[in-house]
Design a binder for this molecule. Structure first.
Ligand code: ZN
Ligand code: MN
Length: 471
C-alpha cells in the first residue's frame, strides 16, 4: 500500500487562551473553569441589550508580543469584526473576532525533524473571544456562560506540515513559545488553554487533491498525532476514489483510537463578517513594539547555548533550559556565586530537597551561603538539604538554620579521629577490601562518619583520616 507519489499536507489552527486577569471585553475575572456555572458574568458577557464591549489592552499587547516571538509582521491598522453564527452558548449571535485586519500576519516557526530543519509558515494571528459552554446531563442541556468572553488568540499556519510527526513537534514547540518565550498563556492542553484543529489532505503527483478533512478540538498532542496518522492512511487508502473538493469534519475517539465522520460541509459558511461598530480600530504604531520585543524570553535552543557557554554540562543545560523556574533560580544564584557548573548540578540533582519555584528568589542570598559551605566541603549534602529546607519553609537565615541543626560542621580533627577509629574497628570486611585495592569503599567510610555525626563531619577531613589510617 506504499503509494510514495501521494503527498500529505497539514495545516493547523491553534486557539490559545490568554492568562489575562480579566476577560476580553469586560472586567469579569478570567478564571471561568474554577467557578460555579454562571457566576463570573456581567451584562457584556451575558450579551444583555445595550451592553458595550471595551477591549482588554493586555490581551491586545500579548497578541502582538506573540506575533513578535514568531517573527510575524505587526499590522499598523487592526480592527475587530463580528462573525455571525447561531449557537446556544453564544448569546450575542456573533463572536467578536478579527477578519481582514488581524494583529499579526506572516511569520513562521522553525524546528528540527531528525537532522532536517523545517519551517512552517504562519498565515496570521488574531484575537477573539471564546463562547460559553454547553453542559449535558440527565437528558437535559445547560448553558454555562463563565467562559464567554475569555480572550483567545488564534494562530493559523499555512499547510506546510508534511506528517503527523511534524505536527506533533510543531505543537510542542509552539506551546513553549506562548508559555515561556512570550509568556502569555499557561498553554495547558488538558485544561483547554491550548486547543488544536487540524486540516489534512493528500495530493497525487498530478496535483489532484483529496477531500479536506478537518479534525476539531483534540485535547492532547498525542491524540492530534494519532488522529492525523489515521486520516493520512485512510485518504491514501481510498485513492483514487476521492470526492474531490469536499470538506468534511471528523472526530477522534481516543478510547477506540479511530476517527468518525461528523459532518460534510456543503459550502463555506457565510459568517457575514462586518466591522465591530462598538470598538474603534487600533493603530499599533502607538505601542512600543521594541520594548515588547526586549521582554521576550529566549527559546530553548538559545537558552541551552547560553548555559553551555557558561560551563554547564550538556545534560544539565538541557534540563535547565526546559524548566523555567529552575533556570531562573540558576541565573539568580549565579549572579552572586559564579560556580556555574556546580550550581547547575545542585539544582538539577536537587540537593535542596524542596520543589524549586520562582518565589524562592527572595531567599537567594541564604541559598548562596549554603551552597558556598557545600562547595568548600564544610557541610555535607545531607546537611545542605536540611538547611536549605529550613530556609525555604521557615524563612530561616543560613546562620539560624545552621545553629538549629547543631552549630555546623565538626572539623576538629581529634574529635573526628576517634569516630574514624571506631568505624575502622566495626567494619573489618570493608577495611580488608579497601586495603586490597577497592578504593571506591572510601565513600562507604565517609558515609558511616556522616551517619555517626548526623551529617556534620567535615567530609574532607574524614577522607584524609581514612586515607592516612588505611594506606
Ligand atoms: Zn463579563
Ligand atoms: Mn477561532
Amino acid at each position: 500500500m506504499a503509494k510514495e507519489y501521494l503527498r500529505t499536507k497539514i495545516g493547523l489552527e491553534i486557539h490559545v487562551q490568554l492568562k489575562t486577569k480579566s476577560k476580553m471585553f469586560c472586567s469579569c475575572d478570567n478564571v471561568s473553569e474554577e467557578r460555579k456555572p454562571n457566576t463570573v458574568v456581567c451584562p457584556v458577557c451575558l450579551a444583555l441589550p445595550g451592553a458595550l464591549p471595551v477591549a482588554n489592552k493586555q490581551a491586545v499587547l500579548w497578541t502582538i508580543k506573540t506575533g513578535l516571538a514568531l517573527g510575524c509582521k505587526i499590522n499598523k491598522i487592526c480592527k475587530f469584526d463580528r462573525k455571525h453564527y447561531f449557537y446556544p452558548d453564544l448569546p450575542k449571535g456573533y463572536q467578536i473576532s478579527q477578519y481582514d485586519e488581524p494583529f499579526a500576519s506572516g511569520g513562521g516557526l522553525k524546528f528540527k525533524v531528525g537532522e532536517i530543519e523545517k519551517t512552517v509558515r504562519l498565515n496570521r494571528i488574531h484575537l477573539e473571544e471564546d463562547a460559553g459552554k454547553l453542559v449535558h446531563g440527565n437528558g437535559k442541556s445547560f448553558v454555562d456562560l463563565n467562559r464567554a468572553g475569555t480572550p483567545l488568540m488564534e494562530i493559523v499556519t499555512e499547510p506546510d506540515i508534511d506528517s503527523a510527526e511534524q505536527a506533533g513537534i510543531f505543537l510542542r514547540k509552539l506551546q513553549k513559545i506562548v508559555r515561556d518565550v512570550a509568556a502569555v498563556s499557561e498553554a495547558s492542553m488538558e485544561k483547554g488553554h491550548l486547543r488544536c484543529d487540524a486540516n489534512i489532505s493528500v495530493s497525487d503527483d498530478k496535483g489532484v487533491m483529496s477531500e479536506i478533512v478537518e479534525l476539531k478540538n483534540i485535547n492532547s498532542f498525542r491524540f492530534v498525532e494519532k488522529a492525523l496518522e489515521i486520516e493520512e492512511a485512510r485518504l491514501k487508502d481510498e485513492y483514487p476514489k476521492w470526492i474531490v473538493g469536499r470538506k468534511v469534519t471528523r472526530g477522534y475517539d481516543s478510547k477506540k483510537n479511530t476517527t468518525y465522520p461528523q459532518r460534510v460541509k456543503e459550502e463555506a459558511a457565510d459568517y457575514r463578517y462586518f466591522p465591530e461598530p462598538d470598538l474603534p480600530p487600533f493603530d499599533t504604531s502607538e505601542f512600543d513594539l521594541e520594548a515588547m520585543r526586549a521582554e521576550l524570553g529566549q527559546n530553548e535552543e538559545e537558552k541551552t547555548e547560553k548555559l553551555l557557554a557558561l560551563g554547564v554540562s550538556v545534560n544539565d543545560a538541557k534540563i535547565l533550559a526546559n524548566d523555567e523556574s529552575k533556570e531562573k533560580f540558576f541565573s539568580q544564584i549565579t549572579k552572586i556565586f559564579k560556580e556555574n557548573e556546580f550550581v547547575a548540578r545542585a539544582i538539577v540533582q536537587n540537593y535542596f530537597g524542596f520543589l524549586i519555584e520562582a518565589g524562592d528568589i527572595e531567599k537567594i542570598k541564604e541559598y548562596v551561603e549554603t551552597l558556598k559551605q557545600l562547595k568548600s566541603g564544610k557541610i555535607s549534602k545531607a546537611l545542605f538539604g536540611e538547611i536549605s529546607s529550613l530556609i525555604h519553609s521557615q524563612n530561616y537565615t543560613f546562620a539560624k538554620a545552621l545553629e538549629e541543626k547543631g552549630g555546623g560542621t565538626i572539623d576538629d580533627e581529634s574529635a573526628l579521629d576517634a569516630i574514624v577509629e571506631k568505624i575502622i574497628l566495626d567494619n573489618p570486611n570493608e577495611v580488608a577490601g579497601f586495603k586490597a585495592g577497592k578504593t571506591q569503599l572510601i565513600g562507604f567510610f565517609v558515609g558511616q562518619a556522616m551517619k555517626a555525626t548526623g551529617g556534620k563531619a567535615d567530609p574532607k577531613i574524614v577522607n584524609k583520616l581514612i586515607q592516612q589510617k588505611l594506606s
